[in-house]
Design a protein around this ligand. Structure first.
Ligand SMILES: Cc1ncc(COP(=O)(O)O)c(C=O)c1O
Length: 422
């Protein structure tokens, strides 16, 4: 495997971790070292690892078969649960990754509107297909002015036409975003965004921004897609419920699979009906493992555990963690922004509040790397970009251990940061 891993996002210098086991909020690597898992497979493991109810559901289903060339009753149950909880979902379809969910949602929007282009947010993340790997982390020198960003490829091999069909919007700047949407309107099939940017730094949209996008897309008959692959964990009905803004389509992933590869996209019935095979022509969405009973059983078990009270408790704990983190940094005189929403948080080493990609990317890279590696050595795993997510098995002692580890890392690193004038 190039780089020794099979996933760009799990590689880090000098060498990545190899995890052999997880239980609750703890993970063990191949050397036997135990760590507190503050990332939970990039926010997917909201119930922690090997949750007994999820394990039991997987065990039971595995014994009955893991995949058939047919629909199954478990997918019907999970579909019903999701449609009940998520305001925008009249209908839903399953797939296997967030990448597929955004790819199909974009295709569906093109089919419904007959228009070619997709608008997305600079610094947002929608997975790894060609139309997703655009302007998620561009070099700002090449990315144009902040209020009129240029589409930039995130990977070599991204086709030119993917860039030509992508319109990039600034986050949290409603006037600039509206002006671009109006200019491109007749060509735009959809505007896709994370209402709370997740992997790109836990940056919440303002209510005004989402409402503006909602009203201008509605006026111009452009579909609004909320990518809630990460933000679905902030409330039983996701960020759309929290903000009271309903998109036309929604993409889901991570927590809905209980730790197995499950994702979904859904929304307005008149749009989703284009996928109905009885229609000719229709939107194609194949997939050997779409809705496979194993993933559906794990997802159903996990989602059933996630009652409204669980979200309240987890979010309360999240608010406390963000507060405690801010206190640690200020007690050491280190400039850091702690962005927290619900049970998600990210640490940015900068003096300026982080409200979009340009303010996020200005954070100090050396400090972020030292902080991340310091935590790895102090028994905690976060994302290399210093993003984290809480899980339900975490108790007061676990949170205190995390805060203590952060305190130790900052105490050890500060003299180095000062001497290097980073
Ligand atoms: C908002 C968002 N959309 C899509 C994806 C892609 O999901 P996957 O990694 O399952 O392909 C991710 C992954 O982190 C994500 O955060």
């Amino acid at each position: 495997m190039p780089g020794g891993t099979t996933r760009t996002t799990t590689y880090f210098d000098p060498y990545p971790l190899y995890i052999t086991r997880g239980e609750g909020c703890r993970i063990w690597d191949a050397d036997g070292a135990e760590r507190l898992d503050m990332l939970g497979n990039y926010t997917a493991m909201i119930l922690g690892h090997a949750h007994p109810k999820v394990v039991e559901a997987i065990r039971k289903q595995a014994a009955q078969g893991t995949g058939f060339a047919a629909a199954n009753p478990v997918e019907v149950k999970l579909a019903a649960l999701l449609c009940e909880r998520v305001p925008s979902l009249d209908m839903v379809r399953f797939c296997n990754s967030g990448t597929e969910a955004t790819m199909f949602a974009m295709r569906l929007a093109r089919a419904f509107t007959g228009r070619p282009k997709i608008a997305r947010i600079e610094g947002g993340y929608h997975g790894t297909h060609d139309y997703a790997e655009v302007s998620t982390h561009p070099d700002v020198v090449e990315a144009g002015p902040p209020d009129a960003p240029i589409a930039r490829p995130d990977s070599i091999g991204t086709p030119r036409w993917a860039l030509e069909q992508t319109v990039v919007l600034p986050f949290n700047n409603p006037d600039a975003a509206e002006a671009i949407i109006r200019r491109e309107g007749p060509q735009l099939a959809a505007v896709i965004l994370e209402p709370i940017i997740g992997a790109g730094g836990v940056i919440a949209a303002t209510g005004e921004y989402l409402e503006r996008l909602r009203s201008v897309t509605k006026e111009l008959a452009i579909l609004l897609i909320f990518d809630e692959v990460i933000s679905f964990r902030v409330a039983p009905g996701g960020a759309q419920q929290l903000y009271g803004v309903t998109p036309d389509l929604t993409t889901l992933g991570k927590i809905i699979g209980g730790g197995l590869p499950v994702a979904a996209f859904g929304g307005r019935a008149d749009v989703m009906e284009l996928l109905d095979p009885r229609r000719k022509p229709n939107v194609a969405q194949g997939g050997t493992y779409n809705g496979n009973p194993l993933g559906m059983a794990a997802g159903l078990a996990a989602m059933t555990e996630l009652t409204p009270d669980v979200f309240v408790d987890l979010n309360r704990q999240g608010a406390r963690v963000s507060e405690q983190l801010s206190e640690v940094f200020s007690s050491h005189g280190v400039h850091a922004q702690v962005n927290g929403v619900g049970s998600l948080f990210a640490i940015h080493f900068t003096e300026t509040p982080v409200v979009d990609y340009r303010t996020m990317v200005a954070s100090n890279k050396k400090m972020t790397r030292d902080f991340f590696l310091g935590l790895v050595n102090h028994g905690v795993l976060m994302a290399p970009r210093a993003m984290g997510a809480l899980s339900t098995p975490m108790n007061e002692q676990d949170i205190q251990a995390f805060i203590d580890a952060v305190d130790s890392v900052v105490a050890e690193s500060r003299p180095i940061w000062e001497s290097e004038q980073v």
